[in-house]
Design a protein around this ligand. Sequence first.
Ligand code: SAM
Ligand code: SF4
Length: 360
Amino acid sequence: MGGDAHLSAMATAALPAAAAPAAVPRLAPRPLIDRFGRRIDYLRISVTDRCDFRCTYCMPEAMTFLPRSEVLSLEEIDWLASAFVARGTRKLRLTGGEPLVRRGVIDLVRSLSRHLRSGDLDELTMTTNGSQLARFANDLADAGMRRINVSLDTLDAAKFARITRWGRLPQVLDGIAAAAAAGLHVKINMVALKGVNDDEIDAMLRWTGAHGHDLVLIETMPLGVVDDDRADRYLPLARVRRDLAARWTLVDLHDTTGGPARYVRIAETGQRLGFITPLTHNFCDSCNRVRLTATGRLYLCLGQDDAVDFRDPLRAGIDATGLDALIDRALLKKPRGHDFVIDRARPAPAVARHMSLTGG
Ligand code: SAM
Ligand code: SF4
């Protein structure tokens, strides 16, 4: 299907399970290298900013979501993702908001998995709160997903309800069990929150170790206004790591995935433990990713406002030359790094948008 015919079809059609892969204009097979020499081969896509939870560190309870008319169709997401795959993206992560509350997202996963089969993509994955996983884990595995990140900040049901406001722990634990049963490798994301779950890190290590899941600890980041004061909750992971080293044997791992997490192996359990420390130690020098919002804006850095709109050019029928040039121009905007700081003297978040918009 040619570009124009394809775009007009996309405007009306939903993405049926057996939809023909969207045709993307033939792009220059030029890898994406930014001004600082970093190779960008990882695209995170927020497929919706909506969510069935309201985690206190992520969004206010009375969160305002994007009007649906602003949001890309699944076909448009597929098209843009495929354009990035054509330009050398090797890894796609669907996130949000909660990706599994977007209707039809499994069809999107099935459709994108053609890039795994063709060998153009190494990995198609997802970050989810797990609430819908019991329903969808098999579909995700059948569609070619091999790994999944599930957010779980506590194993205490009452605390879980307090942190997520609307979430229920048993539902998420069932989801994680379903994912493991479906053969998905599960990595647990735990945002470390002072005075909330800092007393549970050992318990979480034991639980994830016993279930064969990896664990990643994340520092709370100053993204978007929330009801809490982040300064009250900010827990520097450098300190957590020092404390853990007194009780566990942490063996440094030198992974080369270009991600922000630094990993150790816990000798006692064999599992991997990651630390995402944008505040105490930032790893922007090895950043390999960009992020697409549900409205088609490409953010070049989670912690900065530089962004380029792809939705309007896509809807206007951009051709291969224009799309190549737009991707190249976007990359030029990628900054060296973020300027995150959590400080009582500076109560405003570093960036106004919430993590759910750009995708965590
Ligand atoms: N809803 C899905 C989930 O919770 O896994 C995917 C989107 S969520 C925004 C992605 C990840 O970002 C989650 O692990 C969440 O805990 C984390 N997150 C959200 N807001 C954050 C913040 N302000 N600082 C650090 N991590 C945050
Ligand atoms: Fe929803 Fe994920 Fe944000 Fe929690 S962290 S409110 S589950 S988007």
